[in-house]
Design a protein around this ligand. Structure first.
Ligand code: B1M
Length: 234
């Protein structure tokens, strides 16, 4: 796909062709091309929210699916996410000013004692790509760090990541503390990391274990949709 890139003048493409081209450019991690295309669509009068959902999120969905299916790997996904962030950076202030609806909000961090952050960063980027607002607490988070953040940010979702068998039990410490404080059911708790599995997620009282970033996005959408439906039903 990248070979043909030199011949294409983005501004000459129709809207439909340009969006298709953006899917390809996201897939190939071409940040400058994505930024140019976003600006072209804005100049043509597209709403920021439509550019986000139809072009950027649409393109990242293809990337996420191929990542889940083992067709794309971490370096390519990081490049795609970086290109996506380039487009998001242009749209972010416009989206805030036009009051476009967000899909939901997540606070996420790697647990205490653990400094692995590549997977967490990928999850954050894919969640942002899917329209979620993400507050990233970084690595080595103790209970208080999570609790302070959820109190201050009031997210829909608390996400925790652990890559070590020695640090994954700390997720239960966080969830148990939430139970003690009577706030466990106020949040959707999603957990992930290579040594975890579904049984572990259930055993510690999380709402779901997410195998990878694409599953995290799908799971988050499902749970947030369910929560909003429950609220609407009163
Ligand atoms: Co470390 N390390 N490491 N390491 N390291 C592992 C995890 C290990 C399996 C390697 C091995 O021995 N085979 C092993 C753990 C063994 C165990 O616990 N059973 C290990 C060890 C032992 C260690 C040290 C103890 C080594 C030492 O110092 N003796 C040390 C511990 C440091 C600490 O944390 N206290 C250590 C250090 C490091 C580095 C700093 C060198 C580096 C981390 C760099 C960084 O993250 N910035 C590192 C790395 C890179 C790895 C491996 C090689 C790769 C991890 C990774 O980034 N994978 C890893 C071996 C492996 O996993 N095969 C290993 C790519 C990433 C995209 O996948 O993180 O699984 P992953 O994330 C996925 C999913 O799991 C999921 O989505 C992501 C994207 O699809 N996911 C979530 C993750 N978090 C989620 C949260 C969610 C949802 C989904 O919330 C909603």
């Amino acid at each position: 796909m990248a070979d043909e890139e030199d011949d294409i003048i983005l501004a000459d493409l129709s809207d439909e062709e340009l969006v298709e081209q953006m899917f390809d450019d996201l897939y190939d991690g071409l940040k400058e091309e994505i930024e140019e295309s976003v600006n072209i669509l804005l100049e043509r009068g597209w709403q920021p929210y439509d550019i986000l959902t139809k072009a950027l999120v649409g393109g990242m969905t293809i990337v996420g699916n191929d990542f889940r299916d083992g067709i794309l790997f971490v370096p390519e996904v990081l490049l795609a996410a970086n290109a996506m962030k380039g487009g998001m950076f242009i749209l972010k202030p416009l989206l805030i000013s036009t009051g476009a609806p967000r899909v939901g909000k997540m606070v996420i961090g790697t647990v205490k004692g653990d400094i692995h952050d590549i997977g967490k960063n990928l999850v954050s980027m894919m969640m942002e790509g899917a329209g979620f607002e993400v507050v990233d607490l970084g690595i080595n988070n103790a209970v208080d760090s999570y609790l302070d953040a959820i109190e201050a940010e009031q997210p829909d979702i608390l996400g925790m990541s652990a890559l070590l068998t020695t640090t994954m039990p700390y997720m239960k410490v966080v969830i148990d503390t939430m139970v003690e404080k009577g706030i466990r059911d106020d949040y959707i708790v999603l957990v992930g990391g290579a040594p975890l599995n579904e049984e572990f997620g259930k055993a510690i009282g999380a709402d779901a274990y997410c195998r990878d970033a694409a599953v995290a996005v799908e799971t988050a959408k499902t749970f947030v949709g369910r929560k909003h439906n429950q609220l609407a039903a009163g």
